[in-house]
Design a protein around this ligand. Sequence first.
Ligand code: CO
Length: 134
Amino acid sequence: MIGRLNHVAIVVPDLVAATALYRDTLGATVSEPVDQPAHGVTVVFVGLPNTKVELLAPLGDHSPVAKFLAGNPNGGIHHICYEVDDILAARDRLQASGARVLGDGEPKMGAHDKPVLFLHPKDFLGTLVELEQA
Ligand code: CO
């Protein structure tokens, strides 16, 4: 059911330093920072040949990643995102198997303007999983 790995999201305490680490130390191609006020984050996209890494820093007072950063002051992997062809079919199949979908269970428009859902980390090996309709 799941397809390509769309991205790995890493929450970072210092976006400038994190960008320099990926650009200069790891030699990756990185974007300019992009504010996404609707999602409470500023994102730097790291382009890799087969997927992306997203460096996320809190934006605003009610960022959904602020609590994560408080618990992980050095930063850390926040979620991984898999592509699916049909997000409603994927949701229904997962819920039928007992997996918990976060929120009200309805897909929201994600950071790439495509429908996304998040799955409960306790049901997926301690990992927050995002599904994005490709
Ligand atoms: Co994501």
